[in-house]
Ligand binder design. Structure first.
Ligand code: CA
Length: 175
């Protein structure tokens, strides 16, 4: 009986810690994003914002699987977004946070498992930045080859089944 209560208490404690971490991370994202102002990309349609000096990004809020999302980005002469530093990461994260009004939503970004088993970007740029959720990528049930952002906690990444349908973020070269 004592063992059962200990297990229950441990589970509750773990739940509280997890929720606290999630809540504090969400609060940090909210705080960080307060002052961040996105700059619309000149010469492009509505919804495209500056990602860096060379690229613009846009959230497509309808749901597609990973390959369909990448094809859609290619139709705009781009790719699913690749992220290489905290500035790019914050711009995308804050846009999502504001768009979804703090209600967490997983989206596809451009991370995809390569032949060597490591993750790379669909635009073939260098993999030099990551924000994996603790314990990820875990290749759950040996079928997770695509990367989503905002899994479980705002801003953190997870490897996911590529057939799952998600909104997605594309990036293109500035016009
Ligand atoms: Ca996973």
């Amino acid at each position: 009986m004592r063992c059962v209560w200990l297990t229950v208490c441990a589970a509750l404690l773990l739940l509280m810690i997890t929720q606290e971490t999630d809540a504090s991370l969400t609060a940090r994202v909210r705080h960080n994003c307060r002052r961040l102002r996105l700059i619309p990309c000149r010469g492009m349609s509505r919804g495209w914002y500056k990602l860096d000096k060379r690229r613009c990004f846009k959230l497509f809020s309808y749901f597609r699987n990973f390959d369909q999302a990448q094809v859609k980005c290619e139709q705009h002469c781009g790719d699913l977004v690749s992220l290489h530093n905290v500035h790019q990461y914050d711009r995308v994260l804050c846009h999502l946070f504001k768009y979804y009004k703090g209600k967490k939503r997983s989206v596809w970004v451009g991370g995809e498992k390569q032949r060597n088993g490591k993750f790379g970007w669909t635009d073939a740029s260098r993999w030099n930045f990551s924000r994996w959720h603790k314990g990820q990528p875990d290749n759950w049930k040996h079928g997770e080859h695509c990367m989503e952002m905002n899994w479980n906690t705002w801003g953190l990444w997870n490897d996911q089944h590529c057939g799952a349908k998600r909104p997605f973020v594309c990036a293109v070269r500035c016009p």
